[in-house]
Design a protein around this ligand. Structure first.
Ligand SMILES: Nc1nc2c(c(=O)[nH]1)N[C@H]1C(S)=C(S)[C@@H](COP(=O)(O)OP(=O)(O)OC[C@H]3O[C@@H](n4cnc5c(=O)[nH]c(N)nc54)[C@H](O)[C@@H]3O)O[C@H]1N2
Ligand SMILES: Nc1nc2c(c(=O)[nH]1)N[C@H]1C(S)=C(S)[C@@H](COP(=O)(O)OP(=O)(O)OC[C@H]3O[C@@H](n4cnc5c(=O)[nH]c(N)nc54)[C@H](O)[C@@H]3O)O[C@H]1N2
Ligand SMILES: [Mo]
Length: 773
């Protein structure tokens, strides 16, 4: 544990990245005992002939000739290339009960899984099982289900297109569309909201647009931690003179100043670049009202221009030619009250007007957004309001402008594209059925929240996970654990030991897999896998590292093995596909629009962009135009309801990521840009709220959720940290706070857990606490 910082709170005063990042990289390489010969491999990530970084979905510059340095990319690769191993001997010595007592950080430290194992109830340990026996057992159990919808197939967003396509084919051939996946908890509001407005659930920009934009509005995102390579892009924009605005309750340090580790001059002269020049700080969940206010002001500015004979502020040509519903939208904006907008956004009218002025001045505006917009009750409406705003000035489908949802997992977007979708379209199913000569199930399946509810009801009995950490990533932890434990069988295809392997069904298996950084040989031939980034670019990735164990199988081969054992190979010759992934790509080309000549196009270095109709100003909506959508602004939110019952003591909690974690994987215990070291159980709160609650900075508190049911939801033992955060809002890290998120606290229209706005009460902790994990 020599690499653990002493628990302390110490505000960060430097620019983001820079030497601090390099120091952390060095620590990570040593801590993970990455074999020396593999250091060079780290520098081949995101190069044309290397592997796609498993860190995040931010795109790469084509043919990047220099290593795109990214601290968190290195952490992700180092974590996968670790020298530490979870062996059969380790698992024999550690009961599941004893492992349950360890933190997520400690579980991560045990290293890579090495061989397939099955839970043995008598000894309460995992024991080795052969691959063939594991497949046979799972196949027998799946075949024995009276209804195929009693199985759910989870996907985390690291799976390749090839693995994800084969997985959805396998599950659909068993007869179900139950595909809970990490995007249900992530960018679902984007994927569900945008098709109604612009006809596609994906971003409309490419990296080239960042070269010519003059304004970027960054909503609810912390790129210095979560998408560090994006910062380099933002730095270039700022240097060119573009105006960058952060819209975020927190003034994230990483969005203030940045020292590029790519720039020797900046590194040696300790200089940096200012990134955002303006910080607008709404209350949690206040963006919908804020964006509506900005749109209202844009309309007012246009009225003023009309009256004074000045240039129009609205792009009237775009609105006339490309959109539908403008009049009703404008009437709704004019009728909206400024008082309500100010109250619900938490932003004073002058600041909203200031933001509108920046937006209206921009000739080429890009809007980016992350989890700060998507994990709220009104997230779909918020994203639709954002597209409305962009349409007012024709900022979609032209150079230097557009919508840029910033995805999380490195292939989460690709997974959905190739069929990980619980609500598939009829057209997709028709093509899939025709390509593989079967009748796919039509009934929509369960998403994440619905799967948990179905397990609790006893309607789902087998849970299979292609990666991820379902038990920790999902809301309402104790109920989710009850749900998983009620299953007859849980199966995890995974690289590392995690909580989900310990919260298991009556029968349970862990199937260890190759990571993306590792050489994947099938029939002696190295296989590449393909992924799609945040700007819909598809490219191929080849592993370069020796596999962590000779007993690992690739995800694709595991899925083929499971499918063969369950369905036989008369209709689909599963193992033939797994022998050469190009065969799977040929089938994807047949089934999924936009993948024509797939193998030839990914053979070109850098890959290819998928067609995004809105980018070409083609609108695949019901009206054939981009739609202005009218949604009301209501003060009747779950937070307001909780305050009506418990008064102003109710705080709105956001659950967020620290710098040293990757979702539920805890690499280390620091969050250096926010000044937290050696600990994770902290809660950030405004000083005036501390005073109002009669609490002090440095005291320990327990948190409970205020919800309409009688279920007690609590998370105990958090250190209060006085912080620059809006009044009434508090922030703490996930997954520790997931016990507080009610299962039915979800976004309208997309069922995403509202993990950035939970009504909570803070209570002085009864136990004497010391800083711990
Ligand atoms: N190192 C690292 N990289 C990652 C991940 C990781 O865990 N670690 N996770 C990956 C994944 S799956 C994802 S989805 C992305 C997540 O990346 P982000 O989208 O940056 O997600 P969060 O860390 O949850 O941070 C959300 C940001 O939104 C702000 N915010 C919270 N509520 C609101 C609000 O109501 N309004 C506004 N305007 N802002 C708000 C928070 O202050 C914070 O800055 O990162 C990906 N990359
Ligand atoms: N409260 C709260 N909850 C949240 C969020 C939040 O902001 N707040 N964010 C949500 C978001 S945005 C997301 S995306 C989800 C994330 O949910 P998940 O994707 O389920 O979680 P991860 O922590 O990314 O999964 C990590 C595990 O994946 C496995 N793994 C890693 N690499 C590979 C691989 O290459 N192959 C396979 N098969 N397995 C691999 C390892 O065993 C590792 O332990 O969490 C969501 N939950
Ligand atoms: Mo995510």
């Amino acid at each position: 544990m020599a690499f653990k910082s002493k628990p302390r709170i110490e505000p960060y005063t430097h620019a983001a990245a820079g030497w601090g990042a390099l120091k952390y990289v060095a620590i990570n390489l040593i801590k993970e005992r990455v074999p020396g010969r593999d250091y060079a491999m780290l520098f081949r990530q995101n190069k044309a002939d290397g592997f796609d970084c498993p860190g995040c979905a931010w795109p790469d510059r084509e043919h990047a000739s220099t290593f795109e340095f990214c601290e968190n990319g290195v952490k992700a690769v180092a974590a996968e290339s670790t020298g530490k191993r979870v062996t059969a001997a380790f698992l024999a010595q550690h009961t599941v009960t004893s492992l349950m007592a360890q933190t997520d950080y400690e579980l991560e430290q045990h290293g890579r899984l090495t061989e397939p194992v099955i839970y043995d109830g008598l000894s309460d340990t995992y024991r080795p099982i052969s691959w063939q026996d594991a497949f046979a057992l799972i196949g027998t159990r799946l075949r024995a289900l009276p209804d195929p919808n009693q199985a759910a197939f989870y996907t985390s967003g690291r799976a390749s297109n090839e693995a994800a396509f084969l997985y959805q084919l396998f599950a659909r051939m068993t007869g179900t569309n139950n595909f809970p996946d990490c995007s249900n908890m992530c960018h679902e509001a984007t994927s569900r909201g945008m098709p109604h407005t612009v006809g596609v659930g994906k971003g409309t920009v490419t990296l080239d647009d960042f070269e010519t934009c003059d304004t970027i509005l960054l909503f609810g995102q912390n790129p210095a931690t979560n998408h560090p390579r994006m910062l380099a892009e933002l730095r270039d924009c700022a240097r060119r003179g573009a105006t960058l605005v952060s819209i975020n309750p927190l003034r994230e340090r990483g969005l203030e100043r940045f020292t590029s580790p790519q720039s020797p001059v900046e590194m040696l002269t300790l200089s940096d670049t200012r990134i955002c020049s303006v910080f607008v700080r709404p209350t949690l969940g206040g963006d919908y009202a804020l964006i509506k206010g900005v749109a209202k002001r844009v309309l007012e500015l246009d009225d003023e221009a009309l009256a004074s004979g000045g240039a129009r502020v609205l792009d009237t040509a775009f609105i006339a030619e490309h959109t539908h519903g403008f009049d009703a939208f404008a009437a709704d904006l004019r009728a909206e009250s400024w008082t309500l907008i100010e109250q619900e956004s938490g932003v004073p009218r002058e600041e909203i007007e200031g933001l509108a002025a920046i937006y209206a001045r921009g000739q080429r505006v890009i809007c980016t957004w992350g989890m700060g917009l998507t994990q709220h009750k009104h997230s779909v409406q918020t994203i639709q309001m954002l597209t409305n705003l962009m349409m007012l000035r024709g900022n979609i489908g032209r150079e230097g402008a557009g919508l840029c949802p910033v995805r999380g997992h490195s292939n989460v977007q690709g997974n959905r594209t190739v069929g990980i979708e619980e609500q598939p379209t009829g057209a997709f199913l028709d093509k899939l059925g025709a390509a593989f000569r079967f009748t796919p199930p039509r009934e929509h399946g369960y998403d994440v929240v619905e799967s948990i509810e179905a397990m609790l009801r006893g309607d789902v009995k087998i849970f299979v996970a292609l990666g991820g950490n379902f038990a920790a990533a999902t809301p309402d932890t104790l109920r989710t654990w009850d749900a998983l434990r009620a299953c007859n069988l849980t199966v995890h295809i995974a690289t590392k030991l995690n909580r989900s392997h310990l919260v298991h069904g009556k029968e349970a298996l862990i199937l260890p897999t190759l990571g993306r950084t590792e050489i994947d040989l099938q029939d002696g031939v190295p296989q590449g896998v393909t992924v799609e980034d945040s700007v819909s670019k598809v490219h191929i990735s080849f592993g370069m590292n020796t596999p962590a164990s000779p007993d690992l199988m690739s995800e694709t081969a595991i899925i083929a093995g499971l499918a063969h054992a369950t369905l036989g190979s008369d209709t689909v010759d599963w193992r033939w596909y797994a022998q050469d992934y190009a065969r799977i790509r040929d089938k994807i080309a047949e089934v999924v629009d936009g993948f024509e000549h797939y193998n030839a196009r990914v053979a070109v270095p850098g890959g290819f962009h998928l067609y995004v109709p809105a980018r070409e100003r083609q609108w695949h909506t019901s009206s054939g135009k981009a739609e202005f959508l009218v949604n009301p602004l209501s003060p009747d939110t779950p937070i307001a309801q909780a305050r009506a019952r418990h008064g102003e003591r109710v705080m709105t909690l956001m659950t967020t990521r620290s710098h040293d974690q990757y979702n539920t994987t805890i690499y280390a215990l620091d969050d250096r840009y926010r000044g937290v070291f050696g600990q994770r159980r902290v809660v950030f709160i405004h000083r005036a709220d501390l005073e109002m609650l009669g609490l002090r900075d440095g005291e320990w508190v327990d948190m409970t959720t205020v919800w309409h049911d009688d279920i007690e939801r609590r998370a105990d033992g958090f250190l209060l940290v006085a912080y620059d955060i809006p009044r009434g809002c508090v922030a703490a890290y996930y997954p520790e706070t997931n016990p507080l998120v009610p299962l039915d606290s979800v976004a309208d229209l997309c069922n995403t857990p509202t993990s950035k706005s939970i009504p909570v009460l803070l209570h002085r902790s009864s136990a004497t606490m010391t800083a711990s994990l």
